[in-house]
Ligand binder design. Structure first.
Ligand SMILES: *[C@@H]1O[C@H](CO)[C@@H](O)[C@H](O)[C@H]1NC(C)=O
Ligand SMILES: *[C@@H]1O[C@H](CO)[C@@H](O)[C@H](O)[C@H]1NC(C)=O
Ligand SMILES: *[C@@H]1O[C@H](CO)[C@@H](O)[C@H](O)[C@H]1NC(C)=O
Ligand SMILES: *[C@@H]1O[C@H](CO)[C@@H](O)[C@H](O)[C@H]1NC(C)=O
Length: 192
């Protein structure tokens, strides 16, 4: 596998170098940056079905995800933030509903700890086509809420990490994802 991807790896190396050389982003920067949820259904598109609220925030020139979800009662939630420029992906807002989230094609480099801590019933997450490296992937990024002195699992079944910059995976990454069934790592330069 690694031979096949050596050229690609070399190109990636150059891109990573260029990225590092042209930014001074700090991964521990102030994590209080969220897109205001006020009038979010004007900025994005909300489609409110009987059992499902669809939020389309794709291609809205957003730099952050939201501070709160639009009101979705007990309905499932499907939210897309595809094709925005979100350098740091912050914790998603709180919801106890089943959810599908897409943050693909956003140029994401940094992940906040406990991304899904406040929405542990998330089932499907698409983080493909970003700039996520192995340094950003640890079990604490996927931890659930802390109750009774331990982290609850998150319900994620389908995780798409295709087309990022992931070269290996720590086994502990999946510690808080006991239901995970589908993991897509296509288009990464994995070395075993
Ligand atoms: C983050 O930035 C906001 C606004 O610039 C400020 O009010 C807040 O205190 C900062 N939080 C931290 C933890 O530095
Ligand atoms: C979401 O909104 C974007 C931008 O307006 C549009 O291009 C896209 O087709 C929409 N997606 C869906 C599933 O409606
Ligand atoms: C969606 O519909 C429910 C009622 O079924 C309502 O309570 C809620 O406010 C609506 N949400 C939005 C964002 O329109
Ligand atoms: C989710 O459920 C917990 C426990 O029942 C509750 O404390 C919390 O307020 C709920 N969160 C939301 C956003 O509804």
């Amino acid at each position: 596998m690694d031979r096949q991807y050596r050229n690609f790896f070399a190109i990636c190396g150059v891109l990573i170098f260029v990225a590092i050389a042209t930014t001074d982003e700090n991964p521990d920067k102030n994590f209080s940056n969220f897109e205001s949820s006020v009038d979010i259904c004007r900025k994005c598109e909300c489609t409110n079905y009987t059992d499902l609220l669809i939020l389309n925030c794709s291609k809205r020139d957003l730099h952050n995800t939201l501070s709160n979800w639009p009101n979705h009662k007990n309905k499932a939630l499907r939210a897309s933030f595809s094709y925005n420029i979100i350098t740091t992906l912050e914790q998603f807002p709180a919801s106890n509903c089943s959810a599908m989230l897409s943050v693909d094609h956003c140029g994401i480099k940094f992940l906040a700890p406990g991304l899904f801590e406040n929405m542990k019933n998330v089932k499907y997450v698409d983080m493909s086509h970003n700039l996520i490296t192995i340094e950003q992937l640890s079990s604490e990024k996927f931890k659930g809420p802390y109750t009774n002195s331990e982290f609850e699992p998150i319900e994620i079944i389908h995780l798409n990490l295709a087309y990022n910059q992931i070269h290996s995976l720590p086994k502990s990454l999946f510690e808080h994802m006991p239901r995970l069934k589908h993991l897509n790592l296509e288009g990464n330069t994995l070395k075993f």
